[in-house]
Design a protein. Structure first.
Length: 164
């Protein structure tokens, strides 16, 4: 399947597409980890049109397609002179396990390398099964972080790092 996957840089016009993919992936990803209230709060905080418009000012979003069908996306930005932050990597459930996430990470690594950055960092919920996926891609856990995101909700994450 990898050979028929195209990666395209998203624009602000793709915000509804990114929102749709997030809406379809968050409950399968976090349904056993977060309450519905926290899921709704975080979707609004991270994926409202206003929030995504702000994110497009500093972040690059790449969407993976099979033909004309969008399958997932990655969102990332350089954070300092050494590190690219991978903020988002989501694939529709039917697209998972087919090498598309790996392609997106390789593309982010290419961006990091071209900018002279040494690392890609990401945060992942400590109970998320994606930890194993990230480890298979070469990421290692470098620390734990508990982040108060408001409304008495917390993100209980590992910070993982990949050397580019």
């Amino acid at each position: 399947m990898q050979n028929s996957i195209n990666l395209k840089i998203a624009t602000i016009e793709d915000i509804p597409l990114i929102q749709s993919i997030a809406e379809q992936t968050w409950r399968p990803t976090y349904g056993d980890i977060l309450t519905e209230e926290q899921t709704l709060f975080m979707l609004d905080m991270m994926y409202s049109s206003e929030s995504l418009t702000r994110q497009f000012e500093t972040n690059t979003f790449i969407v993976a397609y099979e033909g004309d069908t969008p399958l997932g996306f990655a969102g990332f930005e350089p954070k300092d002179h050494q590190m690219m932050k991978l903020h988002k990597l989501y694939l529709l459930p039917a697209a998972q396990g087919k090498g598309i996430g790996k392609l997106l990470i390789l593309e982010v690594a290419k961006y990091a390398y071209e900018q002279g950055l040494r690392y890609i960092n990401l945060n992942v919920n400590r109970n998320n099964k994606a930890i194993g996926f990230y480890q298979k891609q070469g990421f290692t856990i470098i620390k734990e972080e508990d982040i108060n995101i408001g409304n008495d909700f917390w993100m209980n994450d590992y910070v993982m790092q990949l050397e580019v």
